[in-house]
Unconditional design. Structure first.
Lengths: 480, 95
């Protein structure tokens, strides 16, 4: 029997407002413990929360970008539970009248698009941070009250790759909207995963496990791969999966049970009496809609259509807004109708250099700008210099801030295509390699590549390999 | 809804309230009369009445995204039962 994984993600993302959700404390990361706290976020009696206007605007922006319906009226509720990181003993969250519901996010897996449903996007506040020591836990409330969005997907994903792409596309959208850092290591984006297995073709869902503690997208994918295998083994042996929360251990690459007695969750939600409801006018929605830039999905579709890219290539280019804008300007600077040469350079050598320098392609600051880059690509395309040399020129240009064409001249990299000088080299090579010549003449077509290689070596890589091959062929066939 | 002692025990546990002898019976009775009172609403025709989530007829109370001075760390930690450095220190929360 074949099993199908069913995966749903619950993503918490911190929004980058200056002040907290309900008070004026700063949200700055990495400050001294308990230095950004006040009576409101510490839950002192008599203090009153007031909602941050920018939090609401950002939340609406995200909801709209994820194609959700923003409810005309929404309100906050108290979610009651006891934990040392929660000073009020309740979290201000949204329960039955959340900000928004029923959206979707289109993702690309391989070269295929898949639509993942979004159940809801709602607003809440973050809890404090716990540091566990030998026999005590230390509490820092600086994070308490930082604006959080909870983005809950439908259980629409069926593989670790799809979950990974969902996270990647979600982060990309949030990046375009410029509302969050989305840094999993800093905790500004956190992700809980629900995963269960069911026999393929069956509609009913199996018993799920909830996975926590992943600190990267890759970790999330790895945790899913492990967990799916674990559940499959249990099911194949006729066992039963237990509904539980499991933590991912990145060092051991496995999930383990939290081993806590899980009581049925009973948060006793009730309306937050300290906050009046919120009514969102159609005019407000229009206003915010106007400020949403072209989103990665639309950009991807436009790149595919206008530049004849594959979805896979377009996906690589659209992930980060400024890099996508940069890529577009490069592609537009390329005169030819076929944009493949410049696209291949963007997702090849440029991306390679950017990764090496841990930055985006738009941060490379190529000396001489777009024109220099386009000319370099053109030189390679027209075989004036070899592809390999061109890549080296790009790298050196970035390292030394010299213009590409200066490096080409300095190193004398223009390929030799004139037959006269190549004829001479070819003659020498033929003389010096009688065995390969014999091989070729006896029908080993590959032998010619060896001879071309020798010509390249002799010419310090400057011989135009295509011209060189033609010359060799001609000489060897003409009975030389 | 019938409030038995089991319900009261459960709610008391959720609220981390330790009940004294005799309280269980007394609270069950009191809670039952509160719930009975609220159950009266079920008999009313509330069609077209919007659920009340807030008692005042106000909405959209917002503040600008501006930072204000926080408490000093010493002030924030002043009443902490146990302090370690600039942290609140509590019994270990995980095993």
């Amino acid at each position: 029997m074949e099993y199908e994984p069913v995966i749903g993600l619950e993503v918490h993302v911190q929004l980058k407002t200056k002040s907290k959700a309900f008070c004026g404390c700063s949200t700055e990361f990495g400050k001294e413990p308990n230095s950004q706290v006040c009576p409101v976020c510490l839950g002192f009696p008599g203090s009153l929360p007031v909602l941050n206007r920018v939090f609401l605007d950002y939340a609406i922006k995200v909801a709209l970008a994820l194609n959700c319906t923003v409810q005309e009226k929404h309100k906050f509720d108290r979610k009651n539970y006891f934990y040392p990181d929660l000073p009020k003993n309740y979290q201000i969250s949204q329960y039955d009248l959340p900000l928004s519901k029923k959206g979707y996010l289109d993702i690309v897996v391989g070269d295929k698009t898949k639509r993942v449903g979004i159940n809801r996007v709602h607003m809440e506040e973050d809890a404090g941070k716990l540091i566990h020591e030998e026999d005590t836990s230390l509490v820092d409330f600086n994070r308490t009250g930082i604006p959080l969005l909870e983005i809950v997907s439908e259980p629409d994903m069926n593989s670790p790759e799809e979950a990974y792409e969902y996270l990647t596309f979600l982060k990309s959208v949030l990046g375009y909207l410029d509302v969050s850092d989305c840094d999993m290591e800093k905790g500004s984006l956190r992700c809980d995963v629900n995963v269960s297995l069911r026999p393929k073709g069956v509609l009913a869902l199996g018993v799920k496990a909830e996975l926590k503690n992943m600190n990267s997208f890759k970790g999330t994918k790895d945790a899913l791969v492990f967990e799916i295998r674990r559940q499959e083994e249990i099911l194949r042996e006729g066992g039963k999966v237990i509904q539980e929360t499991r933590l991912w251990d990145a060092k051991l690459s496995e999930t383990f049970s939290m081993r806590v007695k899980e009581e049925a969750k009973d948060y006793r939600y009730f309306p937050e009496p300290d906050l009046a409801p919120f009514i969102i006018s159609a005019q407000k929605l229009e206003e915010i809609k106007k400020n949403i830039p072209e989103l990665p999905r639309q950009k991807l579709e436009r790149f595919v259509k206008d530049f004849c890219l594959s979805e896979g290539s377009a996906k690589i280019l659209v992930g980060i807004k400024k890099d996508a804008d940069y890529a577009q300007s490069c592609i537009e600077s390329w005169e030819g109708k076929d944009k493949k040469p410049v696209v291949n350079w963007l997702i090849g050598p440029l991306l390679f250099e950017a990764n090496k320098r841990k930055c985006g392609i738009s941060d490379l600051n190529i000396p001489g700008g777009n024109i220099e880059l386009i000319n370099l690509i053109k030189s390679a395309e027209e075989a004036k210099i070899s592809n390999l040399a061109a890549k080296g020129v790009l790298s050196e240009s970035l390292d030394t801030a010299k213009l590409a064409r200066e490096i080409i001249l300095e190193k004398n990299l223009y390929q030799v295509s004139d037959t006269e000088s190549l004829d001479k080299i070819a003659e020498e090579i033929i003389k010096g390699n009688p065995k390969s010549v014999m091989d070729y003449k006896q029908g080993k077509a590959n032998a010619i590549m060896f001879l071309v290689g020798q010509m390249m070596k002799k010419s310090n890589g400057k011989a135009n390999p295509i011209v060189a091959r033609d010359i060799l062929k001609k000489m060897l066939t003409d009975g030389g | 809804m019938a409030i038995d002692e089991g319900v009261v025990k459960h709610v008391a546990h959720l609220a981390r309230i330790e009940l004294q002898p005799g309280e269980l019976e007394k609270l069950s009775r009191q809670l039952q009369s509160i719930v009975d009172f609220i159950d009266k609403l079920k008999k009313l025709n509330i069609e077209g009445v919007e659920p009340t989530s807030h008692i005042l007829p106000i909405s959209n109370v917002l503040r600008p995204d501006e930072t204000r001075e926080s408490l000093s760390t010493d002030m924030a930690l002043m009443n902490a039962p146990c302090r370690k450095g600039n942290f609140f220190s509590v019994p270990k929360a995980i095993e």
